[in-house]
Design a protein around this ligand. Structure first.
Ligand SMILES: NC(=O)C1=CN([C@@H]2O[C@H](COP(=O)(O)OP(=O)(O)OC[C@H]3O[C@@H](n4cnc5c(N)ncnc54)[C@H](O)[C@@H]3O)[C@@H](O)[C@H]2O)C=CC1
Ligand SMILES: O=C(O)[C@H]1O[C@H](OP(=O)(O)OP(=O)(O)OC[C@H]2O[C@@H](n3ccc(=O)[nH]c3=O)[C@H](O)[C@@H]2O)[C@H](O)[C@@H](O)[C@@H]1O
Length: 448
């Protein structure tokens, strides 16, 4: 095999840590994953993976079986024999908008004295520029090296992204440590971007915030398309052919969300602010994103006349399709805004079955739309495209289907006698989309 196996410890067994651990084990390394969540560790020891990630349960099971992967709740045991220690700890948004580094700080303080001589501490969490230098000072040991190795995987395709990265970023002023970290990934044959630690830390924020700006831009273009009678699908196709722009990440929606883009844009803004640097572009992207969420709800209110006591069937709760993660979910935000405006929301998500405050969560899409005045599609699950819209039309009180992801087939919805609305999509005069969606009363008359 094209790899020299290394003994690694991964601290934090969440999306990034568990994926890193299971994938490194699959490449032939010996990995011990650590987490403070003892119950999670107990489940992982039995091969039970809580998060929805294709291929991850299989890789975890394979690692447990072939002995390359182990789990423990004890940091000291995990790092005792480690050559490389990955920090995959949460860095959530603190109350003041910065990245909260308390988990990193407490782990570094705890593990420092236990690290074997020559060990490399690799930070994979998304952390403010200067964190590697700070960790180095905290460790205060000349025999240890610190490397910044940010992660770019996406939820829902974490394993595939990890094993097929566009690039591996390795930032350190320690040449030997950087080479050892890059070598861990050698079987992946990915381009390695070798930098100093500060640049590696900045690359991660610069990349995520660029994606955020791109989405706010496309959402604004979509709004203009609505106003001027253009079709955002055609517009983004036309833009995307230009390789300088690219086709990816041009889908308009209910606003960008998730556990990272919002917190990382906030953290970069705080970094800029602290340094006295204006970053109006990023601030505008964040503000526009807040408005985008509100705009979806406002459009529903306009179409229905009022949201007061309106029944909304919400399709999707996760922050995007392919994950059961609700952190920073635009769907949840829409639901909250709808409830605040007096609407009653019944939601269905194929990957989420939780009791949510103020929102009824049901077991299938047809239950969610029953007696609804409008349907709001907020997460682009493929199964929603296969719904029987004729059956849904029978179940609903109203006729409006607001497709905040431009995910559904407008023709199928129209054929069922329902009214499709999307984001930034062209509505030609006289087309069925021009019809005013019926209110409850009108709907009763129509079906009477
Ligand atoms: N979720 C994602 O798609 C990506 C996340 N990131 C970054 O990676 C970092 C981790 O993110 P996620 O994996 O999503 O977080 P997560 O919340 O899924 O996992 C973090 C894990 O760390 C554990 N933990 C917390 N404190 C601990 C401690 N003191 N000792 C040991 N374990 C501890 C938690 O119990 C949890 O299992 C963040 O900085 C995030 O910004 C980077 C790329 C992708
Ligand atoms: O640092 C992180 O945590 C990760 O953040 C994002 O990954 P992720 O949060 O999994 O989700 P994305 O696929 O980027 O989607 C983010 C949000 O943008 C929305 N989106 C995405 C693409 C698009 O065309 N339109 C759109 O509205 C999604 O629905 C979602 O709400 C980045 O894509 C990853 O590269 C990065 O590693």
């Amino acid at each position: 095999m094209d790899v020299s196996p290394q003994r690694t410890a991964v601290i934090g067994a969440g999306y990034v840590g568990l994926t890193t651990g299971a994938c490194l084990a699959s490449l032939g390394h010996h990995v011990v994953c650590v987490d403070v969540d003892e119950a999670k560790i107990a489940r992982l020891r039995q091969g039970r993976v809580d998060i929805l990630e294709p291929d991850l349960p299989e890789l975890v099971a394979a690692g447990l079986t072939d002995g390359h992967l182990d789990f423990t709740g004890d940091v000291t045991t995990a790092v005792r024999a480690a050559e490389v220690v990955f920090l995959c700890l949460p860095t959530p948004m603190a109350a003041d908008g910065r990245a909260d580094l308390s988990a990193v700080e407490s782990v570094v303080a705890e593990l420092g004295p236990s690290l074997p001589t020559g060990c490399v501490v690799v930070n994979k969490s998304t952390v403010p520029v200067g964190t590697a230098a700070w960790v180095r000072r905290m460790l205060d040991r000349d025999d240890l090296a610190v490397v910044s190795n940010p992660e770019f995987l996406r939820e829902g395709s974490a394993v595939q992204d990890f094993l097929n990265p566009d690039r591996i970023v390795v930032g350190s002023d320690d040449e030997d440590a950087a080479r050892r970290v890059a070598d861990l990934y050698r079987p992946l044959r990915a381009p390695v971007v070798r930098t100093d630690a500060a640049s590696a830390e900045m690359i991660k924020y610069a990349a995520n915030c660029f994606l955020a700006v791109k989405l706010s831009y496309v959402n604004a273009i979509a709004e203009l398309c609505e106003v001027f009678g253009a079709d955002v699908d055609a517009v983004t196709t036309g833009m995307g052919h230009d390789p300088r722009i690219g086709r990816a990440f041009l889908r308009p929606g209910p606003g960008w969300g998730g556990p990272c883009l919002p917190k990382d844009s906030s953290a970069l803004l705080r970094m800029a602010d602290t340094a006295g640097v204006r970053f109006d572009l990023l601030q505008a992207a964040v503000d526009d994103n807040t408005r985008q969420g509100e705009r979806v709800v406002r459009r529903l209110a306009e179409e229905l006349g009022s949201l007061h006591r309106a029944r909304i069937g919400l399709l999707g709760l996760a922050f995007k399709a392919g994950t059961n993660d609700l952190r920073g979910s635009p769907a949840l935000r829409s639901a909250e805004l709808l409830v605040a405006a007096g609407a009653e929301v019944t939601a269905y998500d194929p990957a989420v079955s939780l009791d949510l405050h103020h929102i009824a969560v049901v077991d299938d899409a047809y239950q969610a739309v029953k007696e609804a005045d409008a349907v709001l599609l907020a997460t682009e699950w493929p199964e929603f495209r296969a719904l029987d819209w004729t059956a849904i039309a029978e179940l609903m009180n109203g006729t409006l289907v607001f497709d905040a992801r431009n995910h559904l087939d407008p023709a199928a919805i129209d054929e069922a006698g329902l009214t499709w609305r999307g984001i930034g999509r062209m509505v030609t005069a006289g087309s069925p989309d021009r019809r005013t969606p019926s209110t409850k009363g009108e709907r009763s008359e129509r079906t009477a």
